[in-house]
Write a new protein. Structure first.
Length: 209
């Protein structure tokens, strides 16, 4: 069974509170989402292996640790996932970025794919799927399926807020994919929104309704 990592870091929890607030405007909302994504990426990459190298300082030689040849890929789920990408790229600027386009059918609440563009060497990369909300889990489950069909082997899922239903859906469908979230909320309402959640992340990021 995949692990669920809930971040209790004070900075993440503080900024998440501001993100939830319905009075937070678009500019602040975007900046906060980016900042939380950066802080979360710090934790998501904690298990990256290191290798020792020798570096010449102004004083002498030092034995240092560097990441051991990890190739990283970021895969935001369009469109809301785009709001988190730049924050992660601040910490991992060499990461390649793919995109998966999904929308949720308002009647069935099932994901429909309309776009998928990934790095050509996806099977060699540690992939981090990015989406602010893990609600029904349909989009995340579908995105993971798309990646696996294209050869991906190492996948993690990073979200700001999750519902228990979404967590269970991902665990049931993809027990090998660990989930990293800022909070697990109470439940989904009849419209598939997380309660209390933060509303529609895409609309709040891009000013749409």
């Amino acid at each position: 069974m995949s692990k669920v990592h809930v971040f209790n870091h004070p900075l993440i929890q503080h900024k998440l509170s501001l993100i939830r607030d319905k009075h937070t405007g678009k500019k602040d909302f975007r900046e906060l989402v980016e900042e939380v994504a950066m802080l979360m990426a710090y934790e998501v990459t904690r298990d990256f292996p290191l290798q020792e190298i020798e570096v010449e300082t102004p004083i002498g030689l030092a034995k240092c640790q560097v990441i051991a040849g990890k190739k990283v890929g970021l895969v935001p789920i369009l469109r809301a996932g785009l709001g988190m990408v730049d924050g992660v790229l601040r910490l991992i600027p060499a990461a390649k970025v793919g995109h998966v386009g999904l929308y949720r059918d308002p009647e069935t609440l099932k994901p429909v794919e309309y776009y998928c563009k990934l790095p050509t060497d996806v099977e060699e990369r540690d992939l981090i799927i990015i989406d602010p909300m893990l609600a029904t889990g349909g989009s995340a489950v579908a995105a993971i399926e798309f990646l696996k069909k294209r050869g991906a082997k190492n996948i993690k899922l990073m979200c700001l807020i999750a519902a228990p239903e979404g967590v269970k859906a991902v665990q049931d469908a993809h027990s090998d994919v660990d989930i990293f979230v800022g909070a697990v909320d109470d439940h989904l309402n009849d419209h598939g929104y997380i309660v209390p959640g933060l509303g529609d992340a895409g609309d709040r990021l891009f000013g749409t309704k």
